[in-house]
Design a protein around this ligand. Structure first.
Ligand SMILES: C[S@@+](CC[C@H](N)C(=O)[O-])C[C@H]1O[C@@H](n2cnc3c(N)ncnc32)[C@H](O)[C@@H]1O
Length: 395
């Protein structure tokens, strides 16, 4: 293992050659889903596996600080014990985050205002390693002196990293932005899909410090390509409409806007909906309608069970949905009413970060649908985590 903190920090778990890790994830998935596959007539040999870059892939990181003999360190908790391990490097992070880590420590050690009562630090960077947000979180009120010091720190980081650096100071009921953000608390990422082919799809996507964003941008590119490729085969012309639940800032919505005539994208978090609106504007996507509704509310609204003020001005009847895409949190859909609603669509795309809940939800969905494609994506090498995308079609 390349990392000196392996076994002490609670992050990585697998100390195996990368090919062996993929093999074992594939085997485990085939075993767990074998009876579901056979009852649905899907051959597990058709399960596709998508590898990640092995190191330098993670665009988000969260650390605590740990002070020992007047020296400040990044820290991670050990999985079993409630013990903080000092971290000096982390090779799974994007190169710009790895480069920024010792510079952050240097800045804190050199300045008492920045160092006092700081207890955590989050990083968010873009795939190109050209832009980074460093969030410093405090147990104290931040004042103008802190802001000036943070500005100096940002200028130093900017030069040392040869990249755009921003600092966010957070404390109770307080958030101070230090940097020239293009959009509130966001980094700008250039997505290059199908880079080696004629159907290149390049666009810009904003990722926000406080909202969900895909942690491994290399795997995210592969996930988007997988979904676009298979949906384009089902929908060669943009004549159909798609409903999306759990859309976040529009990672899938923006990528799929060329495949569909219209997309209705729903999500529970208000700031994620604003982020999606910003991403639509940035990419001139006029065929996406974002609405803040949770998954159950979406089902209730579209089934005509109740009217929502949040849907005022939106003519639901103008949509003719054929496809639904869902990307729920780890708990899955886990609601029979929503699963039955999903069964009304010809195509279901299920993006899952937890095979266990995916398996549970699929038990219902395969009663009406056949599995066409099943992709396993290695979002987090060196851990047991498995990300799956399943595309189902009505029987
Ligand atoms: C795994 S993220 C996926 C986001 C997006 N598809 C992406 O790729 O970035 C799950 C999203 O579901 C949202 N969410 C969580 N519970 C929800 C619910 N009950 N109804 C709707 N959205 C929900 C979260 O806010 C989050 O944005």
């Amino acid at each position: 293992m390349k990392c000196q903190h392996f076994g002490l920090c609670g992050g990585c778990e697998l100390d195996l050659a990368y090919e062996k890790q993929l093999e074992s994830k594939l085997k485990q998935t085939q075993q767990e889903f074998s009876s579901l596959f056979s009852s649905n007539g899907f051959s597990s040999a058709n399960l596709s596996v998508h590898n990640s870059v092995e190191w330098g892939f993670r665009a988000r990181a969260e650390f605590r600080f740990y002070t020992e003999q007047n020296r400040i360190h990044f820290a991670m908790s050990n999985r079993e014990k409630n013990h903080r391990t000092p971290i000096t490097q982390c090779p799974i992070l994007l190169p710009i985050i790895q480069k920024a880590m010792p510079l952050v420590i240097e800045s804190l050690e050199a300045d008492e205002t920045l160092r006092t009562k700081v207890y955590a630090c989050n990083f968010l960077a873009n795939i190109e390693s050209q832009e980074i947000i460093i969030s410093l979180i405090y147990h104290k009120r931040l004042d103008s002196i802190w802001e000036q010091k943070a500005q100096n720190m940002r200028d130093r980081l900017h030069t040392a990293l040869n990249a755009t650096a921003h600092i966010i100071g957070r404390a109770k009921n307080q958030k101070i932005l230090v940097g020239d953000f293009d959009y509130d608390s966001c980094v700008r990422e250039s997505l290059r899909l199908f880079a080696d082919s004629k159907q290149k799809q390049n666009y810009t996507f904003f990722k926000q410090e406080s909202s969900f964003s895909q942690p491994n941008p290399f795997i995210n590119t592969k996930m988007l390509e997988f979904v676009i490729t298979h949906l384009k085969a089902l929908y060669p012309q943009p004549d159909n409409d798609m409903l999306e639940l759990y859309c976040g800032g529009g990672n899938f919505s923006i990528a799929l806007s060329g495949v569909f005539r219209q997309i209705l994208a729903t999500e529970v978090v208000k700031s994620a909906i604003s982020l999606l609106q910003q991403n639509m504007e940035q990419n001139f996507c006029e065929n996406i309608t974002p609405v803040r509704l949770n998954a159950l509310e979406t089902q209730v609204a579209l089934s005509g069970e109740r009217e929502f003020f949040r849907l005022r001005g939106i003519d639901i009847k103008r949509f003719s949905f054929d496809c639904v895409l869902i990307d729920p949190p780890r708990s899955g859909v886990n609601e029979l009413k929503i699963l039955h609603f999903l069964q009304q669509f010809n195509t279901i795309v299920y993006v899952s970060c937890k095979p266990h809940t995916l398996l549970q939800d699929l038990q219902t969905l395969i009663q009406s649908h056949n599995i066409l494609h099943f992709g396993l994506f290695d979002q987090f090498p060196h851990t047991h985590h498995r990300e799956c995308i399943v595309i189902l079609r009505q029987k």
